[in-house]
Design a protein around this ligand. Structure first.
Ligand code: ACM
Length: 759
């Protein structure tokens, strides 16, 4: 098999940086002529009360970046001063500020402390990140205010644990982009991360697991590493104070009634079936004993949930008592998502409760559960917020809803006059890939930077009087596939900058082209601060197409953002094209890799079917269309399974039937269908694959039916029957319905295929 490595480089030519690279873009800004110089003799003049803390943060920044700090005083200065003050500003959402930078002073006034702090964040972005005694800041006048009151970021510390030092860094990241809420996901099936004094086993037992699956769910093995950790109450207080000093509210999430495996492992009585073992699939790679109640070592949703008993409510109220003392936030997040109802259906206690309380069903019981907790938390002067499943069975009277399964939950809650925070998966799940060719595992999905930037938190379907219930939005960072700090940075940057602008800047101010112009400077900051970030923005879009005579391949490269593309050929030529290029693949060779973006490379495998005309009896499913039928003969063999969704086509419950026209009758020695299986994602191997040949395209003879292969994951079904033919037909029968006990049981299996090879 002949392989060609094709590689193209993307060079960035950038015509001068925009003068101001502030993110999020301020509401009103007017650039002046000269500059103001911050030098060691500049003073910070604190006119408003309680602003010394903010002066301190400015000094901390200057010290680290420039290497000096400034004298702080409360008496006015006639020149060479940075003045911090309050001013009553006419904006309905708190946090507005004005800033005037003239030759004599930098004047920042906020409508409250947070406003001054927001002004400081803008100033910090204007200070050159260089070690010098003369920091030159452009003169300007600026008025700025937030569009949304809720500007949030979430972090899951249950799937993987992150130390206090990183949590503080994360809070710094949020503050720099004027976010004001940190949603701390503290408990889940794989770990309980907050010390509760009354229940020490929550962290001693629930804070640790015996191992973690390797690779993407369901996993190729288990690492058998005892894993865990938790925050002491002293550490929680330290984080909450650190956040408050940066005007960020910390909302703790204590998950209920689902995602409760870790709590149940610590206190089995919280389950409706305390004496039953945690259900672990035979096929789940597991470390240590499988009996008893277990902290989960794999990902997903688990049947053993909190039982709505006296014991559980008493426990949860006691937990909340300690949580409420630690977190002064208005909101307490109670989870509410993905609670399977199997245990409640089986439990005589639950069934009696449903009857006694005249509830409709188990959804009614979920609503009863949430309402019980809401009443308790409201009684302590706080409000609950929960994932959109809390709508099922009736929304608790004062609850705020986080809409994650698309926009619908948010729309529904707003229509019921409930406050809403939008966090829809397709736009703001930062555990999704932002690159179309990620090398490391992500949970799936493709949410590039421009998609986040284009997100509009107020759903178009919502009329004006209901739109007021949209408090803002939040991005979520689930950490099943994020084990370390650098990867968190890689997943959130630069998408965090895009979301900041969505949440802060006036809608009419949001302009992707302008944001793009600021991106190189944004990246330069990340580099200076040694922050990891994704460079997917620079990726080329590549498409494989048939030639006009169906006797070769075309590789089409497009630069999404009008950057020129450079390609290096094997004869040493270097060709620049503007925006896009279409290449006849065999004429290209390996190029040396320099430049800013990750070079794009593609291996093409040529065989008799490559580039030929192909038809399908049934169209692939809309969710997995690949590049249509041509996907199977485009010379691209899938090696990374789901993370390269352009490379295969998928059928839900249906068979694959393809006919390939080889253009002329020729000897055939082998035909192979490439498929893959990933049962955890409902993708199953075909029940059988049949290979046929024909000379006229109408009368096919069966060459061989293959029922099974011995491979795992990437599967190659082959027939070695020798024949002479112009046409080839391949029929892969779908596996059928997913068996019980497996993820997705009862649903039709997916059949995925990426290539047909003919030799
Ligand atoms: C969620 O992503 N399960 C809220």
């Amino acid at each position: 098999m002949k392989k060609y490595i094709v590689l193209a480089l993307l060079f960035i030519s950038y015509n001068g940086l925009a003068q101001l690279n502030i993110v999020p873009m301020p509401a009103e800004i007017k650039l002046g002529e000269g500059s103001f110089i911050i030098s060691p003799s500049t003073k910070i003049v604190v006119l408003g009360g309680n602003l010394n803390k903010i002066a301190g943060l400015l000094n901390e920044y200057l010290n680290t970046t420039a290497g000096f700090s400034l004298k702080v005083q409360s008496t006015p200065a006639s020149s060479n001063a940075i003045v911090l003050n309050f001013e009553k500003l006419d904006h309905p959402i708190a946090g507005a500020y004005t800033m005037n930078i003239g030759s004599k002073e930098i004047y920042i006034a906020g409508d409250n402390e947070a406003g001054v702090f927001n002004g400081l964040q803008t100033l910090l972005q204007l200070i050159p990140a260089t070690k010098t005694n003369q920091l030159s800041i452009p003169q300007l006048t600026l008025k700025d205010y937030p569009r949304f009151a809720y500007r949030g970021m979430h972090l899951d510390v249950a799937r993987h644990f992150f130390p206090v030092s990183f949590i503080k860094k994360y809070i710094d990241y949020l503050a720099a982009y004027k976010f004001n809420t940190f949603h701390w996901h503290l408990t889940d099936d794989q770990g309980w991360r907050i010390e509760i004094k009354k229940y020490p086993k929550l962290t001693a037992v629930g804070g640790f697991r015996n191992g973690t699956i390797i690779g993407r769910y369901p996993g190729t093995g288990n690492d058998s590493i005892h894993y865990g950790g938790f925050y002491t109450q002293e550490q929680i207080k330290e984080v909450v104070k650190y956040a408050a000093d940066r005007y960020i509210d910390v909302i703790p999430e204590i998950e209920l009634p689902g995602h409760a495996s870790a709590a149940i492992a610590a206190y089995p009585q919280l389950s409706c079936f305390p004496n039953e073992d945690t259900k672990i699939l035979e096929s789940t790679p597991w470390a240590g004993r499988r009996n008893g109640k277990q902290v989960q070592q794999t990902w997903g949703v688990f049947e053993d949930v909190f039982c709505p008993s006296e014991f559980t409510f008493n426990f949860l109220e006691n937990v909340m008592d300690e949580v409420l003392l630690l977190f002064p936030s208005k909101y307490i997040h109670i989870g509410g998502d993905e609670c399977p109802k199997e245990a409640w259906k089986k439990s005589a206690f639950c069934q009696k409760l449903i009857k006694d309380k005249k509830l409709k069903d188990e959804h009614g019981l979920q609503s009863y559960f949430i309402q019980h907790m809401e009443k308790y938390i409201n009684g302590k002067g706080r409000k609950i917020i929960g994932w959109d499943e809390i709508l099922e069975g009736g929304l608790a009277p004062n609850a705020t809803v986080m809409s994650w399964r698309g926009e619908e939950g948010g729309i529904e809650a707003a229509k019921q006059n409930h406050d809403v925070v939008m966090t829809p998966g397709g736009w703001v799940y930062f555990d999704h890939s932002q690159s179309s060719s990620d090398d490391s595992v992500t949970i799936g999905g493709y949410t590039p930077l421009e998609k986040v930037y284009g997100y509009e938190p107020v759903p178009a379907k919502l009329s004006g009087d209901k739109a007021i219930y949209i408090l803002g939005a939040q991005a979520n960072v689930w950490t099943e596939y994020i084990k370390n700090e650098k990867k968190i940075e890689y997943m959130i940057f630069p998408r965090l900058a895009a979301l900041a602008e969505v949440l802060w800047s006036p809608k009419e101010q949001r302009d992707w082209k302008n944001f793009e112009k600021r991106l190189p400077a944004i990246f330069e900051r990340y580099d200076q601060q040694k922050t990891n970030y994704s460079k997917a923005y620079y990726e080329l879009k590549a498409t494989v197409l048939p030639t006009a005579d169906f006797n070769g391949l075309l590789w089409k490269l497009e630069s999404k953002y009008d950057f020129p593309i450079q390609m290096n050929f094997n004869n040493g030529d270097s060709v620049w094209t503007y925006k896009n290029a279409t290449l006849i693949t065999p004429s290209i060779f390996v190029a040396n890799a320099t430049g800013k973006g990750t070079p794009l490379s593609q291996t093409f495998s040529f065989n008799k079917a490559t580039g030929k005309k192909i038809t399908l009896a049934t169209e692939p499913n809309k969710s997995y269309p690949g590049d249509g039928a041509f996907t199977l003969v485009n010379g691209v063999q899938n090696e990374k399974a789901l993370s390269r969704s352009r490379e295969f086509i998928g059928f839900a419950g249906k068979d694959l039937e393809a006919v390939i026209d080889l253009l002329e009758s020729q000897p055939i020695n082998q035909i192979t269908l490439h498929t893959f299986e990933q049962t955890g994602s409902w993708i199953y191997r075909p029940a059988s694959v049949s290979f046929y040949s024909s000379e006229n395209g109408t009368d096919f003879i069966l060459l061989e039916k293959v029922d099974s292969v011995n491979e795992k994951r990437h599967l190659h079904y082959s027939s070695n029957t020798k024949t002479q033919a112009r046409y080839i037909k391949v029929i892969a029968k779908n596996y059928g319905i997913i068996p019980t006990g497996q993820p997705g049981s009862g649903n039709p299996a997916w059949l995925f295929a990426d290539e047909v090879e003919v030799k």
